[in-house]
Design a protein around this ligand. Structure first.
Ligand SMILES: [Zn+2]
Ligand SMILES: [Zn+2]
Length: 139
């Protein structure tokens, strides 16, 4: 279930994490722009409003939120990492043509392999790549 903004703040409080104004703005941006933004996109989205914002602050904020289990990093090979505040189990599709990242519904918890029977699994990710239907329809 997607957490509400208040629930996220509540969780931060419970974990003893105090976010400064700039850091809260980064969290706010992630929440309002659930487009899997990169650090660059977050920066460009906020710098007009907060001219003193630095990319280092954004990186550090993301690190805190990832460690708190509230944001997930999506490391697609060959492109900048992007960040997702939607922690519901879902897969990601990256379009080779428009570079957009799409969410798709899949219960990643149902994916199992005999080869990993004795392993402790911390996280499950499903990544697909290809060309999205919007780009395909333009060809
Ligand atoms: Zn596309
Ligand atoms: Zn996503």
């Amino acid at each position: 279930m997607l957490l509400t903004y208040d629930q996220i703040l509540e969780q931060l409080k419970e974990k003893g994490i105090n976010l400064s104004y700039q850091r809260l703005k980064v969290l706010d941006f992630l929440y309002k722009n659930q487009i899997h933004p990169t650090v660059e996109q977050i920066y460009l989205g906020l710098v007009k409003q907060i001219p003193t914002l630095s990319k280092t602050t954004i990186y550090n904020t993301l690190k805190i939120l990832i460690n708190a289990g509230l944001v997930r990093e999506i490391p697609f090979k060959g492109r900048e990492s992007c960040y997702d505040i939607n922690l519901d189990p879902h897969g990601h599709f990256c379009c080779d043509s428009c570079n957009q990242i799409y969410d798709f519904q899949i219960d990643v918890n149902l994916i199992k392999s005999k080869d990993l029977e004795d392993f402790k699994i911390r996280d499950r990710d499903v990544y697909f790549k290809g060309v999205c239907s919007r780009c395909l329809s333009k060809i």
